[in-house]
Design a protein around this ligand. Sequence first.
Ligand code: SF4
Length: 80
Amino acid sequence: MESQICPKAEKCPVLNKEAFADVKTLEYYKKNYCFTDDHTWVKCKRFITAQTLQMCPSFVMPDSCFSIDEILDRMENGEV
Ligand code: SF4
């Protein structure tokens, strides 16, 4: 089956912002979250955060372990 693409891929900085992640890490993200045949982007913390908060701060990576509350706390402390 052909890989499908995360609905947020067009604007996601992980895929569109240069140097957001090193090459090896970026390939891991693409293979395991962004381009898959079984919609694994629903497990991506950036996808989950954007769905929940209507935005996702740059410190959140696809495999980040932060809870949404922890992300909100960090944002309130000035991290974006
Ligand atoms: S899976 Fe995550 S990192 Fe990949 S494009 Fe979607 S939101 Fe961005």
